[in-house]
Design a protein around this ligand. Structure first.
Ligand SMILES: C[S@@+](CC[C@H](N)C(=O)[O-])C[C@H]1O[C@@H](n2cnc3c(N)ncnc32)[C@H](O)[C@@H]1O
Length: 217
C-alpha cells in the first residue's frame, strides 16, 4: 500500500488552480486562460444565469477538472462538438487546453443566443479554437472525433441530439450524474448502442458514458 498523500479529488479537498495544474499538466498559459475565463464567468453570472452561483467557488474541480478529464479519455481527439455548451462546460475548457494543438477545433452548439454571446466573448478574448453554432444540436450535423455534453438532456433525448454526429463517426463522451443507470435503461427502450461507464474523477458519484454504434430499436 502506498504512503503517498491522497490526491485532492480523493481527499474531497477543494481543488485550486495549482491542484488542477497537477492533475492536467496544464501549462502556465492555459492556467492564465482558465483564470481569465473564471473572472468572465463570475462577471457574466452577475447579469445572466450561466452556472449556479454556489458552484463558482468550486470552479477548478466542479467545472474545469470535470471538463478537462475528458481529454484523458480521448487523448488523440482533435475535433469536438459540445452539445448544449451553456457557459462553456466542457467545451471552453477543452478549447483552452487544446489551444495551439495542430488541427484542434471545438464546436460549441448552444440554442440560447445570450449564452452564445458569452461563449463568443470568452473565445475571442482568449483566442480559443472554437466555432459557435447558435442552433439546436439535433439540427446540425458535424464530422468530429468526439461529441460531448454535460447536463444537456436525459440520455434518451441526448442520443437523439447526438445522432447526426455519431452517424458521421464520432464517439460520444457524456458527463452524467448519479441517475445514469436508470437513464441508460430508459434510453435502451428507444436506442441500440454500445456504452461504457467510467467513474468521474471530479465527483465519484458522476459517470462518463462512452457511446458508439447508435441505431433505433
Ligand atoms: C443545464 S445547461 C448546461 C450547460 C453546460 N453544458 C454545463 O454543464 O454547464 C443546458 C444547456 O443546454 C442547452 N440546450 C438544451 N437543449 C439543447 C439543444 N437541443 N440544442 C442546443 N442546446 C441545447 C440549454 O440552452 C442550456 O444552455
Amino acid at each position: 500500500m502506498s504512503d503517498a498523500p491522497a490526491p485532492p479529488e480523493a481527499a474531497g479537498a477543494v481543488l485550486d488552480a495549482a491542484g488542477y495544474q497537477a492533475l492536467t499538466q496544464a501549462t502556465p498559459a492555459q492556467i492564465a486562460d482558465l483564470t481569465r475565463f473564471l473572472e468572465m464567468l463570475t462577471e457574466g453570472n452577475a447579469v445572466m444565469n450561466l452556472v449556479g452561483p454556489a458552484t463558482i467557488p468550486d470552479f477548478w474541480n466542479r467545472h474545469a477538472w470535470d471538463s478537462a478529464q475528458l481529454l484523458q479519455l480521448a487523448p488523440q481527439a482533435k475535433t469536438w462538438a459540445d452539445l448544449g455548451a451553456g457557459a462553456g462546460f466542457p467545451g471552453l475548457v477543452l478549447a483552452a487546453m487544446l489551444k495551439g494543438a495542430p488541427g484542434a477545433k471545438v464546436h460549441l452548439v448552444e440554442s440560447m443566443t445570450k449564452r452564445c454571446r458569452f461563449l463568443a466573448q470568452v473565445s475571442k478574448e482568449l483566442d480559443l479554437p472554437t466555432e459557435i453554432h447558435n442552433v439546436r444540436a439535433e439540427d446540425l450535423s458535424l464530422t468530429v472525433d468526439i461529441v460531448t455534453a454535460r447536463a444537456c438532456a436525459p440520455m434518451s433525448r441526448l442520443l437523439g441530439y447526438a445522432r447526426p454526429y455519431l452517424k458521421r463517426g464520432a464517439v460520444g463522451l457524456f458527463l452524467k450524474g448519479q441517475d445514469v443507470v436508470s437513464e441508460l435503461q430508459e434510453a435502451e427502450k428507444a436506442w441500440r448502442f454500445e456504452s461504457e461507464l467510467t467513474v468521474s474523477r471530479s465527483d465519484p458519484r458522476g459517470r462518463i458514458v462512452q457511446v458508439k454504434g447508435l441505431s433505433r430499436v
